[in-house]
Design a binder for this molecule. Structure first.
Ligand code: SAM
Length: 388
């Protein structure tokens, strides 16, 4: 068994730095930030830990074959040469997911089909039998990545994306991605030493991710399925050790985590998801408009994800963002508040100057994550502070 190998943790644009920190905390080696991903190295224990614990990774890939290909024939021939039988049973099945960004391979599906044909043809030639393609529940998931003439084939060790944490059975109209929610909490620099509040909590994603982080609950505590469990070299003993060690670190959190939303349907869904995560004693919910809802007493970090305006009239959305600004000014003094939104015009209507703006993608939508430092005192003082 290989002892140390290269791994790639994929993430969303804007979360690479927090993923680097998470990997440092895990003890990963050779950490290197790349576009929408972080490369690192480690052993099988590290691969299991990365899957179980990383909050800001979407999948963990294990590259197995890298080469150059300058045309389709070369792609086919070089794929044919590789010992796929080490990873795929000739009578088993597999699937290929692909990301192709190349002026040579302009038809990405075709490039993935050539790869599949070469693997199956090699197997048929060697064993007189070929594996089948299974997109629903494959034994092995290959990840084909082509950038210009650089081809990398990896094993996807995660399977379903790691944002599928398995606590969110229902969602509201525009739920935030779980990995993005976890990433925002990390980007805010929260040290788990204050209350946490989301006054527009929808289905409760930010609240659940905050509570999991606050209590040190592993990111995949509620999930059982990982692609690596089907690998021939899977070690149930090492996996059990990783899970048990991480679960022993779960601890109590001494502050409050609150969520509120104007919609009673959203609150019902949030309640259900929070109960699925067994966090009903850690999170308090209120059905209220942001303008009337009081925040928890004491130092509180506020992170919220208001509607982006696709489903609302422009005047209504601008008014809503003004209301958010008023709530921040009038009720949340001496705290930090963050808003994530893709509606850059609406953000101007908050009426406060953000002290930080971070570009981030919520799935495919470009957003700004804006920080507001809410000082008590006159408007003038606030302005001066924000100008510093
Ligand atoms: C984009 S969704 C939040 C999604 C949430 N982050 C999740 O993961 O499900 C925006 C939420 O703001 C709520 N909302 C809209 N206007 C509000 C108001 N005036 N006060 C409180 N909540 C409001 C909506 O009901 C909706 O649930």
């Amino acid at each position: 068994m290989e002892t140390n190998f290269k791994l790639i943790a994929k993430t969303f644009f804007g979360l690479e730095d927090v993923l680097v920190k998470e990997l440092e905390n895990l003890g990963a080696k050779d950490i290197e930030k790349i576009s929408r991903a972080v490369a690192f190295s480690g052993d099988m224990t590290m691969l299991y830990k990365a899957n179980y614990l990383l909050r800001t990774a979407i999948s963990i890939l294990k590259p197995i074959y890298t080469f150059e290909a300058n045309n389709e024939k070369e792609l086919y021939d070089k794929v044919f040469l590789f010992s796929w039988e080490k990873f795929i049973n000739p009578d088993g099945n597999f699937c290929i997911e692909y990301v192709v960004n190349s002026s040579i391979f302009t038809h990405s599906l075709y490039a993935s089909q050539k790869t599949k044909d070469a693997i199956c043809d090699r197997m048929r030639k060697k064993f007189a039998i070929r594996p089948s393609i299974n997109k629903v529940d494959p034994d092995i998931i290959l990840n084909l990545h082509i950038y210009e003439n650089q081809v990398t084939v990896s094993l996807n060790s995660s399977g379903d994306s790691l944002f599928k944490r398995n606590y969110r059975k229902k969602t509201g109209v525009a739920p935030i991605n779980e990995v993005v929610a976890a990433g925002l909490i990390q980007l805010s620099g929260w040290n788990r030493d204050t209350n946490f509040f989301d006054p527009m909590c929808g289905s409760g994603t930010l609240l659940i991710e905050a509570a999991m982080y606050a209590n040190n609950i592993p990111a995949q505590y509620y999930r059982k399925d990982f692609a690596f469990k089907k690998w021939g070299e899977f070690s149930p003993i090492i996996w059990k050790g990783v899970v048990e060690k991480a679960n022993k670190e779960i601890r109590e959190f001494d502050y409050e985590i609150w969520g509120s939303d104007v919609s009673s349907q959203a609150i019902r869904i949030a309640e259900e998801n929070i109960t699925n995560a067994k966090l009903q004693f850690d999170i308090k919910l209120f059905r209220n408009d942001i303008i009337t809802q009081e925040p928890p007493k004491g130092k509180t970090l506020i992170i919220t994800n208001p509607p982006y305006g696709e489903r609302m009239e422009e005047d209504d959305i601008f008014y809503l963002y003004e209301q958010i600004g008023s709530a921040f000014k009038n009720k949340y003094s001496n705290n930090e508040a963050w808003i994530i939104s893709s509606d850059f015009e609406a953000l101007k209507h908050v009426g406060l100057r953000p002290s930080r703006k971070i570009t981030i993608f919520n799935s495919n939508l470009e957003c700004k994550f804006c920080k507001y430092e809410l000082y008590e005192g006159s408007k003038k003082a606030k302005k001066q502070n924000f100008n510093n």
